[in-house]
Design a protein. Structure first.
Length: 297
């Protein structure tokens, strides 16, 4: 199966490249700068038409949540319009399509895990642009699979785990928001989930076709609890550690509002694809060890 992934430097793209490497049944192509520019209409469609893939995974996105509040047009161009163009181009060449989306499409209310069919209500520009992307993808390619994930970390790029490890090198105490809950998700686990979809579809099965599903770590926690887990994993392999002081969202104001509840119910994906999503408590330690060892892959 030939898979084209939009983007090149993002956490999921690099995770997909790593886990697809050496697999004779997969040919993975990345499409990113400078060859394509998602801010230029038609750019991604040209790449898809040239590659003629069997599957397109749209992993590229505008992810600067706070900056999006001032750059609404750019966020919608990349997260909505370019996503719709990619889906239409995939449909035109007969390719299946997976759109990567986010927990930020929800308003964060309630205390139970969000199901794929729950009402959406993004709090800021980033979430609104990603929801618009889902809508454009669905309109352009009705058979697309939309996968929402949350709190992504990995050995690659910028993420919460790396930030905590850096802070622990500088101070003994770290203040971390304790009243926002989510499901930390290893980018390498998301990559495995996407490759599982590719395997099932390559076998001719239609699991997940035309659906919206969630792929989130199987255990919920707060940012403060996640930070404690990061420091415990770091200390276990001789790395830096710090004491975590939980604070409220109000004590750490940001330009964009964050959902208080970002926990995702991933049971539909697990049932459809026979692939249980690991807990962050199981997936975190190897990532921390790689980061401390300077091995980004």
């Amino acid at each position: 199966m030939r898979i084209l992934v939009t983007g090149r430097e993002g956490q999921l793209v690099r995770s997909l490249v790593e886990h697809a490497a050496g697999r004779a049944d997969l040919e993975l192509i990345t499409a990113g700068r400078p060859e394509i520019d998602l801010e230029r209409p038609g750019s991604i469609a040209e790449a898809i038409d040239a590659a003629r893939p069997d599957l397109v995974v749209n992993a590229a996105a505008y992810t600067a949540v706070d900056q999006a509040e001032q750059e609404r047009e750019q966020a919608f161009r990349i997260n909505a319009d370019a996503a719709g163009e990619a889906a239409a181009a995939a449909r035109d060449v007969g390719a299946r399509f997976v759109q990567i989306s986010t927990d930020y499409v929800f308003d964060g209310s309630g205390d139970r895990a969000w199901r794929p069919d729950d009402p959406t209500g993004p709090l800021g520009v980033y979430g609104a642009s990603k929801l618009a992307g889902e809508q454009q993808v669905r309109a352009a390619h009705p058979e697309a699979l939309i996968l929402r994930t949350a709190w992504v970390y990995s050995p690659f790029g910028k993420n919460f785990v790396k930030t905590m490890l850096r802070l622990a090198e500088q101070r003994d105490e770290v203040r971390v928001v304790g009243d926002q809950r989510g499901c930390p998700t290893n980018g390498l686990d998301i990559a495995d989930a996407v490759l599982r979809v590719a395997e099932i579809w390559a076998e001719g099965r239609d699991a997940g076709v035309g659906s919206t599903m969630h792929v989130g770590g199987s255990e919920a926690c707060s940012w403060a609890e996640f930070a404690e887990g990061v420091f415990a994993a770091s200390a276990a392999c001789g790395g830096p550690s710090a004491r975590v002081v939980p604070i409220t969202t109000a004590e750490f104001p940001t330009p964009a509002r964050r959902p208080a509840n970002s926990v995702l119910d991933s049971s539909a994906f697990e049932q459809a694809f026979g692939w249980p999503i690991p807990s962050w408590r199981d997936s975190l330690a190897p990532v921390v060890e790689r980061i401390l060892g300077g091995a980004e892959g």
